[in-house]
Design a protein. Structure first.
Ligand code: PLP
Length: 452
């Protein structure tokens, strides 16, 4: 019998996160203050984040030690298995070797607790009693609820309204871990109430939900804000994925030719791919491919420019690929990929040609999800399915070209709470969305985003 899963012993779990900032081809453009548009200083972020996370956001240290209390919680599901997708390979008849790093084995079911746990830990250590956050698909909200429950913090989640309605059991999961969950836009915040006044049927977006959570944290002294993607410290925490993967590939004597992950704000993809960036800079031909939806084509069609991270312009301006902070993406089922912007680190790597972006429709993603579920058995989250589409296309190309590449992808989460989406797909009721250049130009113009 051939080995399928590469299991790293617990004592091999990384003891430090990898910080890509000192390894970037050029320094990131600084975040700007939303009011003054001057570069931010650490104190500007203090109302929202604990100082330890602010330090990590700007750190030039190549490694940041993982606290013991965080390792202790990680050990509930880490190290995660690297799995050889033999059955998928056979079904495709490809000479490619396909491996997936299964982050769906965490208690909330995705990669998200890799950062929710340290974020809750540092907040608790510095005296916060409550965290406020947004969630798209519900994966991040459940990951933060799980972490807050562990460290004894209250948790308030603003869940994008369309996902709140599509995924009632994600909401229940958060409530099981003790969180308060509101559909966003909600009447709970000034920002949400104002949006509802103008558009009572607004389906919500991550940009709007972020505004609500930031408003909540900024108006309550005991409350901090927690973000599940985009920011440097979030990507930093997620690097445990790629660090473990590299060790697991080493155990097999393998090296990756292609690394693929799906992208919402960039933390899943970067968690896997960043530890390969140095290898690439040192001459490895490894290709890093970031998969996003055509309904929200931030990296493939957006502008690399300064923009706000939220709809109400409360967050700092970040230099990133963006579709404009007022863009409300169509209501696709991959709710975690419906974000107008992207992480500045990932954006810069795309701009420099280190990472290749690619976009897929939701039907193409679900076609791939079904092939995966029928061969490998696990039902993927709609977000993850975008990566699987990229993997299958790449593996089929290997077959056509007779190339034996090693493809590694991030299995970012299972889709056990996404049955409504699968039901629509099976019934043939899933619409596809392609954003025309005109739509994107209008979205950028409406948001006042310009080149530079
Ligand atoms: C299962 C899953 N995969 C990927 C993503 C995208 O995450 P990121 O923002 O880290 O790119 C999400 C976001 O919610 C998700 O739930």
């Amino acid at each position: 019998m051939k080995d399928t899963r590469v299991i790293l012993p617990e004592k091999e779990m990384p003891r430090a996160w990898y910080n890509v900032l000192p390894d970037l081809p050029r320094p990131l453009d600084p975040p700007l203050h939303p009011a003054t548009q001057e570069p931010l200083c650490p104190d500007d972020l203090a109302p929202l984040f604990p100082m330890e996370l602010i330090g990590q956001e700007m750190s030039q240290e190549p490694e940041i030690p993982i606290p013991d209390d965080v390792l202790d919680v990680y050990s509930l599901w880490r190290p995660t298995p690297l799995v050889r997708a033999w059955r998928l390979e056979r079904a495709l008849g490809t000479p490619a070797r396909i491996y997936y790093k299964n982050e769906g084995v965490s208690p909330p079911g995705s990669h998200k607790p890799n950062t929710s746990v340290p974020q809750a830990y540092y907040n608790k250590k510095e005296g916060a009693t409550r965290l406020a956050t947004e969630t798209g698909a519900g994966q991040w909200g459940s990951a933060l609820s799980f972490a807050c429950n562990h460290f004894g913090l209250d948790c308030t989640v603003y869940m994008v309204k369309v996902s709140y309605e599509q995924k009632p059991y994600r909401r229940t999961m958060m409530q099981v871990w003790g969180a308060d969950v509101f559909p966003s836009p909600s009447g709970q915040t000034d920002v949400g109430a104002k949006i509802l006044e103008g558009d009572p049927d607004c389906p919500g977006s991550l940009g709007i939900a972020i505004s609500e959570a930031v408003w909540d944290a900024a108006t309550h002294d005991d409350t901090k804000y927690s973000l599940g993607s985009v920011l440097n410290h979030v990507l930093l925490h997620q690097t445990v994925i790629g660090l473990e993967t590299r060790k697991q590939l080493e155990m097999l004597g393998e090296s990756a030719d292609v690394v693929i992950g799906c992208v919402g704000g960039g933390s899943n993809f970067c968690g896997l791919a960043l530890p390969f960036v140095r290898e690439k800079a040192e001459g490895s031909p490894v290709r890093l491919i970031a998969a996003e939806p055509t309904a929200c084509p931030t990296l493939t069609k957006g502008l690399f420019a300064y923009d706000f991270g939220d709809s109400a312009k409360m967050t700092p301006l970040l230099k990133m690929y963006t579709l404009g902070h007022t863009f409300v993406p169509p209501t696709i089922h991959a709710g975690g990929l419906r974000y107008h912007g992207d992480s500045p680190i990932l954006s810069q790597l795309v701009a420099e040609g280190v990472v290749e972006p690619v976009a897929f429709t939701q039907n193409a993603a679900f076609d791939a999800a079904l092939i995966f579920a029928k061969t490998e058995g696990i039902i993927p989250a709609p977000e993850t399915s975008h990566a699987i589409r990229g993997v299958i296309d790449e593996a089929v190309r290997c077959k056509e070209e007779g190339k034996e590449k090693t493809i590694v992808f991030g299995f970012s989460g299972h889709g056990h709470f996404d049955m409504a989406a699968y039901e629509c797909y099976i019934a043939g009721d899933l619409p596809d969305y392609e954003m025309s250049e005109t739509t994107i130009e209008r979205a950028l113009r409406d948001a006042g985003v310009t080149e530079g």
